[in-house]
Ligand binder design. Structure first.
Ligand code: ADP
Length: 620
């Protein structure tokens, strides 16, 4: 913990974040650099030219030189203003773009995480927390651009200020000036340095305090954002309209708006802004004027004693005033940097989650005869954090090219069995083997290639139909059409306005087509067929259908599965009657195996009990 508070740690996490942002948007930081430098130089350019114009007016009074200074000043200021404005537009566009692009960093992480970690509630909460921190005040990765910009502007400003004030110390008061000769002592340089350091520290403490009051309201603001995210857009949510009307839910929404304290004028944040945040940032700003005061007195005394003219006084006072602003920005930056370090630590806690699942490098043999033999050997599995076994001592060997059914009541472990088969989780006990080798030894992507699963909660995406089926924007049209026809979507495809190019759903376009649950399911099945993997698995993707419709889909699917090894999962026994073998799951164990006729005849068995209980749905 100690280490986490050091400035070194703060700089290193910000640098790391900047590298990541630069990785997704290489042009952003170069543009931001030019923009910040141009912005920081502007006040010093003005001070420089004004001082020379005044000097010429007060001393030499040469008209031609005066015009030259004016022309050069106007030209430089105009060029700088144009450059600044141009760069500012570029910077803003790239910054907007960066807001979207930085999601790539999180998406890549979420996709590369082990499924078990992705599934873990604490990791999803962490992602949500990062999102909320960003929504609230751009804390985290998106705080890095302003931190960099402020820092660079501060440093450029100070360097420019020093360049314009060096002669304040090097130009001596004439020896004839009596006691004023004291001003030539180098001590004043040290006094100024000491004033700058002390003032910066004091201002830094004040700004740090103001920021900490702000960020300590994070919890309140996060809750406020969550509530706003839910209630603020409730009227726009598809599917809520009917309930809102039926149960007067608008009253609940109005109650929320009345009681919303997080961001309201009476809320904690508003109170703090009026109180300590305002006071401390005011103090921080005010204190820096001490430096300006010192320089005013020192400059005026030297000018009084005849060290330099009025033009130089303008230059020194102008430069130091601008420099004070830069110093204040830098002190403010330290508070900002330190606070954001905590938020970045949270961000990296997610981005540094290890991908803990062991992955081998064996490639699966590409076999045209589809002779892949999978075996579960005494497999037991418990979900992370769960007290009971979801699967206990399960052993099973799949017969290549055969139809296997897995049946059982809800919660008996059927889906878990498939998740282990697909290596979304690893079992704690026992082994799963592919052609006699532990599946952990295979390259994961390669292993996944042998399965096509239609999950219970399959998801299609708002993309054209053909791309959904193929999982890619370029695909073999003939094969996609065949897969859709085989899945029973052929007639519907004929009616689609743009055929395979028809956009599914209306998230992105008015022309999108809303499809029913049954149609979506056919598309999901077509997707599994198109993948053409040796194993095809249906995990109750038909939950919304009645038992008879489900049985029809399953037996049709059986016809189109061809020589693949097929696994069917259902809690409805009638759907799986046709299978070569049925395994009955109960409380995480396989309690019976056999054909439908064998199992139905065993009157003392679980299958018989379930069959009797469900018979009402499909007899008579
Ligand atoms: P089925 O597919 O037969 O309905 P599951 O395999 O989904 O059953 O569930 C088996 C057991 O594991 C159930 O007790 C369920 O509550 C539990 N379970 C399922 N998913 C999770 C999870 N992600 N975390 C913890 N427990 C889970």
């Amino acid at each position: 913990m100690e280490k986490k508070n050091t400035m070194r740690h703060a700089l290193s996490v910000h640098l790391r974040g900047a590298r990541m942002l630069g990785g997704v948007s290489p042009r952003f930081f170069p543009v931001l650099t030019f923009c910040a430098v141009a912005d920081a130089l502007t006040p010093y350019v003005t001070v420089f030219f004004s001082a020379h114009i005044l000097k010429e007016l007060a001393l030499s009074r040469r008209a031609d030189v005066l015009w030259q200074w004016i022309a050069a000043g106007v030209l430089c200021t105009a060029l700088l203003a144009m450059l600044k404005s141009f760069l500012y537009q570029r910077k803003e566009t790239l910054l907007d773009d960066l807001y979207g692009r930085k999601e790539i960093i999180f998406v890549r992480k979420m996709f590369s995480l082990d499924y078990a970690d992705l599934d873990r509630q604490e990791n999803r909460d962490l992602r949500e927390q990062i999102r909320q921190n960003e929504n609230w005040s751009s804390w985290g990765l998106m705080c890095i651009p302003p931190v960099y910009e402020i820092g660079l502007k501060g440093v450029t400003g100070i360097l420019s200020g020093i360049a314009l004030t060096v002669s304040l110390f090097t130009t001596p008061v004439p020896e004839t000036a009596g006691r004023f000769v004291l001003l030539n002592s180098p001590v004043f340089l040290f006094v100024l340095a000491a004033v700058i350091v002390l003032v910066s520290l004091a201002a830094g403490v004040c700004s740090g305090k103001a920021i900490s009051y702000w960020s300590s309201a994070a919890e309140e603001a996060t809750l406020g954002n969550r509530l706003f995210g839910f209630f603020g857009f409730i009227g726009l949510k598809k599917g809520r309209g009917a309930d809102i009307r039926m149960y007067d839910q608008q009253n609940l929404v109005s109650a929320y708006w009345d009681k919303n304290r997080a961001f309201g004028a009476d809320g904690l944040l508003a109170k703090r802004a009026r109180g300590p945040i305002g006071i401390f940032s005011g103090l921080g700003n005010g204190i820096t004027v001490v430096t300006t005061g010192f320089v005013y007195v020192f400059t005026c005394l030297k000018a009084w004693a005849g060290a330099f003219d009025v033009g130089s006084v303008t230059q020194y006072v102008g430069a130091v005033t601008a420099m004070t602003g830069s110093i204040f920005e830098l002190t403010y930056l330290f508070g900002y940097l330190r606070t954001n370090t905590g938020y970045l630590d949270t961000t990296f806690r997610l981005l540094d989650l290890p991908n803990a699942m062991y992955q081998g490098s064996l490639t699966t043999e590409k076999r045209s005869d589809r002779q892949y033999e999978v075996e579960f050997r005494n497999v037991s599995f418990r979900y992370p954090g769960a007290g009971t076994w979801a699967l206990k001592n399960v052993s099973m060997k799949f017969q290549v090219g055969r139809r296997l059914a897995i049946v059982g009541e809800n919660g008996s472990g059927k889906t878990t069995f498939i998740k282990l088969l697909c290596r979304l989780y690893d079992p704690q006990e026992g082994q799963i083997l592919l052609n006699g080798i532990d599946i952990r030894k295979y390259d994961y992507r390669d292993y996944m290639d042998i399965f096509s699963v239609v999950f219970q909660d399959f998801q299609l995406i708002s993309q054209p139909l053909g791309a959904n089926v193929a999982g890619s924007a370029s695909y073999d049209e003939t094969r996609v059409r065949k897969a859709l026809r085989d899945a029973g979507f052929g007639d519907r495809l004929e009616t689609m306005p743009d055929g395979l190019n028809t956009q599914l759903y209306r998230d992105f376009t008015e022309d999108g087509v809303e499809i029913s649950g049954g149609e979506a399911q056919k598309i999901a099945i077509a997707r599994a067929l198109y993948k053409n993997a040796p194993f095809i698995i249906l995990d109750e993707p038909t939950a919304a259908l009645d038992p008879i419709a489900e049985a029809e889909i399953y037996s049709k699917f059986n016809e189109i599965s061809g020589d693949r090894t097929a696994i069917y999962i259902s809690h409805r026994l009638s759907s799986c009657k046709f299978c070569d073998e049925i395994a009955v799951f109960h409380e995480g164990r396989i309690v019976q195996r056999g054909t439908h006729d064998e199992l139905a005849a065993d009157e003392g068995g679980k299958y018989h009990e379930l069959w009797q209980a469900q018979a009402q749905y499909y007899t008579g």
